[in-house]
Design a protein around this ligand. Structure first.
Ligand code: MEV
Length: 327
């Protein structure tokens, strides 16, 4: 039995634009996915996920061509299983054990598809635990790369390295194309608002791609996000919360222009701003899910509690450690 965990993440700046080679700055937060792996002798893959959804599910897989045997919605299973299945394929490839099987148990306090990096955290923790179960310990760069390949395949080529590198390495990171590194960052007063929903990352990324191809000004908007990120990096290095907040507001406006916000996200962003937050923006693919605000006081959390459409609000500490090897 081997266990690993990986944190969730929020984007301070740069989601979507990072897919087209602009820089992005996500940072890991102390909400984790924990994955336990036990090798099986029969080559099958069995996944039990307690908290990925409200009800949890168990699914038993044979090799790829056997159908899963489950009693929950197929799209739900397909979404969650796609990532786990892809992660185990990477494990089989990197360890040179094509027929190895596992029992995989997932516990997560990161809501699925809500912009907090749940899929990246599950994939990173699963690859790390399953490779170690076979006696192979991957370096950070290799682990992040294998996790990226998993997301890239599951999301049909529409993924950057940002989520997977961030949750592997921990802390605040900068990702631009293949260049990934950690940044010095103070512990930021991050407040999250969650609308209880989720966005379809693939569809949202495809929507931005289509806009960018159709309109020069949409392509300029993507580039403008890159400019905001570069300014944001200096503000982060200086620990200048006021400037960070202003730039987060700007970034949200540009994402809205690209069509990836939602009424619930805009309502939460405005509630945070009205409460006096330094700034607020959606985080991740958008369409629904979470916003992130900067506020050292309790005002934003209180305001979000009373915002229709906000189902949950919480403070998130920066997770300095990325993947954790539990045993
Ligand atoms: C999703 O968490 C972030 C996107 O930029 C897609 C990606 O970078 O893979 C929308």
């Amino acid at each position: 039995m081997t266990r690993s965990s990986a944190p969730g993440k929020v984007y301070l700046f740069g989601e979507h634009a990072v897919v087209y080679g602009e820089p992005a700055v996500p940072c890991a937060i102390e909400r984790r996915a924990r994955v336990r792996v036990d090798q099986r002798s029969d080559g099958r893959l069995r996944v039990h996920a307690e908290d990925l959804t409200l009800d949890g599910f168990t699914v038993e897989y044979g090799r790829r061509d056997d159908g899963p045997d489950v009693n929950v919605s197929e799209s739900l299973v397909a979404a969650a299983m796609g990532y786990v299945d892809g992660a185990i394929e990477q494990v089989r490839a990197v360890t040179g054990e094509p027929d190895v099987g596992f029992d995989v148990t997932i516990e997560s306090d990161i809501p699925l598809g809500a912009g907090l990096g749940s899929s990246a955290a599950v994939v990173v923790a699963a690859i790390d635990a399953a490779t170690r179960e076979l006696g192979v310990t991957l370096e950070t760069a290799e682990l992040a790369d294998r996790a990226f390949r998993t997301e890239y395949e599951v999301q049909e080529g529409q993924a950057s390295r940002a989520d997977t590198f961030c949750v592997t390495a921990g802390g605040a990171v900068r990702v631009e194309g293949e260049a990934c590194r950690r940044l010095e960052a103070p512990d930021l007063p991050l407040v999250i608002g969650f609308d209880g929903g989720a966005g379809e990352t693939g569809q949202l990324v495809a929507g931005v791609r289509a806009l960018r191809e159709e309109y020069g000004f949409a392509a300029d908007t993507v580039e403008a996000i890159g400019d905001v990120v570069r300014e944001g990096e200096s503000a982060l290095a200086d620990g200048d919360l006021e400037e960070l907040g202003r730039l987060m507001n700007f970034n949200h406006g540009l994402l809205s222009a690209l069509g990836v916000s939602a009424r619930s996200l805009d309502d939460m962003v405005w509630a945070a701003r009205d409460a006096g937050a330094y700034g607020a923006k959606l985080t991740g693919a958008g369409g629904g899910g979470c916003i992130v605000a900067l506020d050292p006081t309790e005002a934003t959390e209180t305001a979000l509690k009373y915002t229709p459409g906000c189902e949950e609000t919480f403070r998130a500490a920066l997770a300095d450690e990325g993947v954790k090897r539990l045993e």
